[in-house]
Ligand binder design. Structure first.
Ligand SMILES: *Cc1c(COP(=O)(O)O)cnc(C)c1O
Length: 366
């Protein structure tokens, strides 16, 4: 039986490649690795990922609850701001809570008395080339900047979270920024028991110098006598998942166009937000097409790709890298059929773990 498109296809063998690198970093550096749920929360593969990672980190009550209930292990709670009505439930699901500001910590520390408490620090430097995703952008609300202010509350917290990398595949840049953090926050780190260095480090990439990375993490941990955590999101699931679509129509309007049974706005929104093209592999051949979504948004375009043959109605296209910031952002714009979720097991068999129906669309509003 061939599966009805559209569907996201998670390939466990590809996921395993990332997981084994994460396991190696844990072993060689002593750092712990927590999956960042805001990037990827498809819990059907958590049983698999749990064997290679220590737990999860979160950005909201729902994420921390999902991490606790579906992943287990160590569960870090973080949020830009907690509300009164959610803090008790957040604490009930977490073994560490990281406050974004001293103000939030002072407001809620009594209600988080029985778990480890930490603060987010903002070193004011980042590797992001997008203002939108730059935690160190001017006037950033993400974390405390002033070491002197944090010094005064050191007796009330045991650790820190610093997330300042963004899609950083350059080890020397990571290394330099970590040195700047050591300089700026060294006295605080020396008094802490743990620090999370956040996500955004693309250490599962093909050419990443994994050994140098592990040594750097270990030297950092040893210098301050501290447990290091990493919070890989994209690095955990990169290149593990495709969005499988079919061609519904082709036309020529100055360019060859192909319309598929999916929508970049609804099913790969992150690409649209960052104005990036989707990717198709191998993207080779004499026939170039602009692959377009079926929503009525004029700019619902996945990108322009090369194909070995002319596209015909019913042809399948695999859009690459459809896991990170993609499945978590899918939405019901235009009422486009929601992609199912399928998993290719290590033995090659494919299981559909979730299909969505009209009822899901209807129940997403009232
Ligand atoms: C987004 C985020 C992550 C994950 O980032 P990736 O780039 O997906 O690795 C980790 N920690 C924090 C605090 C984040 O905001």
């Amino acid at each position: 039986m061939t599966l009805q498109t559209p569907y996201y296809l998670i390939d466990k063998a590809s996921l395993l490649r990332n997981m084994e690198k994460i396991a190696r970093v844990r072993e060689k550096s002593g750092a712990k690795a927590l999956l960042a749920l805001k990037c990827f929360a498809t819990w059907s593969v958590f049983d698999f990922m749990r064997q290679y990672m220590d737990g999860t980190t979160s950005s909201s009550l729902y994420e921390v609850r999902l991490g606790h209930e579906r992943f287990g292990g160590e569960t870090h709670a973080y949020s830009v701001a907690y509300a009164d009505y959610e803090i008790d439930e957040v604490v009930s699901h977490a073994d560490k809570i990281i406050f974004n500001t001293i103000g939030q910590m002072e407001r809620f520390e009594d209600r988080a008395g029985n778990i480890a408490r930490g603060l987010r620090l903002n070193p004011g430097i980042s590797s992001s080339s997008f203002d939108l995703a730059d935690p160190a952008r001017p006037f950033s609300r993400l974390g405390e900047w002033d070491a002197g202010k944090v010094e005064k509350v050191m007796d009330r917290i045991s650790g820190f979270m610093i997330h300042n990398n963004c899609e950083n595949s350059d080890f020397s840049l990571f290394d330099r920024m970590l040195s700047q953090i050591e300089e700026k926050f060294g006295s605080l780190l020396g008094r802490a028991q743990w620090v999370s260095l956040g996500g955004g480090i693309h250490f599962t990439g093909d050419d990443y110098p994994l050994d140098a990375f592990c040594e750097r993490l270990k030297a950092f941990a040893d210098r301050f006598g501290i447990q290091v955590y990493l919070e890989p999101g994209e690095a955990s699931i990169t290149r593990s998942t495709t969005l499988e679509v079919s061609v519904l129509d082709t036309l020529f309007n100055g360019k060859q166009l192909a319309i598929v049974d999916s929508s970049i706005e609804a099913h790969m929104l992150d690409l649209l937000i960052y104005r990036e093209s989707a990717r198709v592999a191998p993207n080779e051949g004499p026939h170039r097409y602009m692959v377009c979504g079926k929503s009525c948004l004029a700019g619902d375009i996945f990108g322009e790709f090369d194909f070995p043959a002319e596209l015909k109605i019913g042809d399948r296209i695999s859009i690459q890298d459809a896991a990170g910031y993609t499945m978590v952002k899918k939405n019901w714009f235009n009422g486009v059929k929601m992609p199912a979720i399928a998993i290719r097991e290590l033995d090659g068999s494919i299981n559909v773990v979730r299909e969505f129906s009209f009822a899901d669309y209807e129940q997403s509003l009232s």
